[in-house]
Design a protein around this ligand. Structure first.
Ligand code: GEK
Length: 243
C-alpha cells in the first residue's frame, strides 16, 4: 500500500484551513497518527487483545471512526469467537475507499463490513465490543451524550467500550506542561515547530478535547457501571468502560 511521510504542514501556509480527513490526509495518515499520538501502536495492539477477550459468539464488534482500519485489523487477528463480525464505520469517503483496499490484502477470516456513514446516525445492536479510538473528540460536544447513550444501549450485558481521547486538564500548569510534552514528543518524531503550530491551528475547533472527569462522569450518566483509564501517555488516554 502506497502511503507517504506526513509533510502536509511542513511549508508556511498563508491561511491554514480547518483540518479535514480528505485524500491528502489519507495518503499520509498512518505516518501522521503514529508520529502525532503518543502510544498509538500500544493502544492498537491492546484493542486487539481486549477484543480477543470480550468479543462474544454471534455478536458484533464496532470500530467507529475507523479511518484506515488499524483497530479493526488488530481485532480481526485476535478474535476467536465463532460467528462474530466487525462493522467499521467512517464518514470520510477517502478513508473508507482506502480502507477497502487495505482490507483486501488482509487474510484473517472474521467478516468485516465497512460503511461510509455518520456514526451518530448508525444503528448499534448486539455489540460485545465498541471502539472509539480518537473519534469522539471530533463529534460536536452537544451530540456526545446521546451518541454514547446509543452505544450503551446497543452493547450486550458484559460488553465494553474502549474510548481513546486527547485530554485537557482543569489545572492550568498541568495543561501547559502536558501540551508542551506532547510537542516535545512530536519534535522527537521529526516534526518542526512550524508543522506543530500549523497543525494545531488546523485542529482548532475541529478536535475538542475534554477532561478525564468529563468523560468518566458522562460514561457513568449514560449507564456504564465503571470507566477506568488503562493507558495514558501525556495528554492522550484510553479508557475501558464496562456495561
Ligand atoms: C484509528 N480510529 O486509526 N462519523 C464517522 N466518522 C467520523 C465522524 C463521524 N461523525 N467524525 C469524524 N470521523 C482510528 C483513528 S481518526 C483520529 C481515528 C485522528 C472520523 C474521521 O473521518 C477520521 O477518520 C476519524 O473519525 C478520526 O484507530 O485522526 O486523530
Amino acid at each position: 500500500m502506497n502511503f507517504q511521510k506526513d509533510s502536509i504542514y511542513a511549508s508556511p501556509i498563508g491561511e491554514v484551513s480547518a483540518f479535514n480527513f480528505d485524500e491528502t490526509v489519507v495518503r499520509v495518515f498512518p505516518d501522521m497518527i503514529q508520529r502525532s499520538v503518543p502510544g498509538y501502536s500500544a493502544i492498537i495492539s491492546a484493542i486487539g487483545l481486549l477484543a480477543g477477550r470480550f468479543a462474544g459468539e454471534h455478536s458484533v464488534c464496532y470500530d467507529l471512526g475507523c479511518s484506515l482500519g488499524a483497530a479493526t485489523l488488530s481485532m480481526r487477528h485476535q478474535i476467536t469467537a465463532s460467528n462474530c463480525r466487525i462493522i467499521a464505520v467512517d464518514n470520510s469517503p477517502a478513508m473508507v475507499a482506502r480502507f477497502q483496499e487495505v482490507l483486501q490484502k488482509d487474510q484473517a477470516k472474521i467478516p468485516v463490513e465497512i460503511l461510509c456513514a455518520d456514526i451518530r446516525e448508525l444503528a448499534i445492536e448486539n455489540a460485545s465490543v465498541v471502539v472509539l479510538n480518537f473519534t469522539l473528540q471530533f463529534i460536536p460536544q452537544a451530540d456526545r451524550f446521546d451518541f454514547l447513550q446509543k452505544i450503551y444501549q446497543g452493547l450486550l450485558p458484559g460488553g465494553i467500550l474502549i474510548l481513546s481521547e486527547k485530554l485537557k486538564f482543569d489545572d492550568d500548569r498541568q495543561q501547559e506542561l502536558q501540551t508542551q510534552m506532547h510537542h516535545v514528543f512530536k519534535k522527537a518524531q521529526g516534526y518542526s515547530d512550524l508543522e506543530i503550530s500549523q497543525k494545531r491551528t488546523a485542529l482548532d475547533n475541529v478536535l475538542i478535547p475534554e477532561t478525564l472527569a468529563q468523560h468518566q462522569n458522562r460514561l457513568q450518566q449514560v449507564g456504564f457501571s465503571s470507566a477506568e483509564v488503562w493507558f495514558q501517555y501525556f495528554n492522550f488516554a484510553s479508557l475501558i468502560a464496562l456495561k
